[in-house]
Write a protein that binds this ligand. Structure first.
Ligand code: NAG
Ligand code: NAG
Length: 215
């Protein structure tokens, strides 16, 4: 979703990349464990194509529903904790064998997976079916939010405003369909995804906070 921006800022990453062999080794071990849950064998330089693994996971969720979600969460939080021992960016993920666009997707996926399975977990489990239905029912409008963000990121100069517009764009569909917490959940998911690749706005205090959950 942030592809255009990420291509734009990738030059900065190249200049700053701190991705030593030790970091790469740790990431290899962490991702090897992660992808094996989805039936892939990681060999150095050979990361699965992101979209393929995403489809495998989506199919698991569609076939098995709520019962498989806790297991998917175990794997997602294990990946986060395992990789949290080292500081890295998308360039390091490329060194595992992902191309540049997949590398940013892996970064996003790691952060979103962790959010869904920690802060968002209670709502994910409580509103699982409704959130899935709302996603399908509003697919066109939700995609429009993403397309608008991609467009704005390459055509405006205020990326923090662009991110905030995006944060406000999708949650109302979930709020309307499934209630307050589902809207908060989607805001949190998108916020985690933004921070995963570019946390500058958040660090400057310019990224809007999501509303608090109400239990
Ligand atoms: C990365 O790989 C995916 C899957 O093979 C492909 O769809 C995408 O276009 C590739 N991106 C780049 C920047 O090479
Ligand atoms: C697409 O998103 C933009 C920006 O949020 C909005 O102004 C426009 O009405 C949306 N169009 C549709 C068809 O939802």
């Amino acid at each position: 979703m942030l592809r255009n921006l990420l291509i734009a800022v990738s030059l900065l990453y190249v200049a700053n990349a701190q991705c030593g062999q030790n970091t790469v080794s740790i990431l290899q071990k962490c991702y090897s464990d992660f992808v094996s849950f989805y039936g892939y064998t990681y060999t150095p330089g050979n990361m699965p194509v992101y979209w393929d693994l995403h489809q495998v996971r989506t199919k698991m969720l569609r076939d098995q529903g709520l019962t498989v979600q806790p297991k998917i969460c175990d794997v997602a939080t294990a990946l986060f904790q395992c990789t949290d021992k080292v500081k890295f960016d998308a360039i390091c993920i490329q060194e595992l064998g992902a191309n540049s666009s997949d590398a940013t997707s892996w970064m996003t996926d790691r952060a979103v997976g962790n959010y869904q399975c920690t802060d968002g977990y209670k709502t994910l489990m409580a509103d699982f079916d409704c959130i899935g239905k709302a996603r399908d029912a509003n697919a066109v409008a939700l995609q429009n939010c993403t397309d608008t963000l991609d467009y704005q990121l390459t055509h405006s100069i205020n990326i923090c405003k662009d991110f905030n517009d995006f944060l406000a764009c999708q949650p109302p569909y979930y709020d309307k369909a499934c209630g307050h917490n589902a809207g908060v959940f989607m805001c949190g998911v998108n916020r985690a995804g933004i921070d995963a690749n570019l946390d500058l706005c958040d660090k400057l205090g310019l990224l809007d906070k999501c509303a608090p959950y109400k239990y």
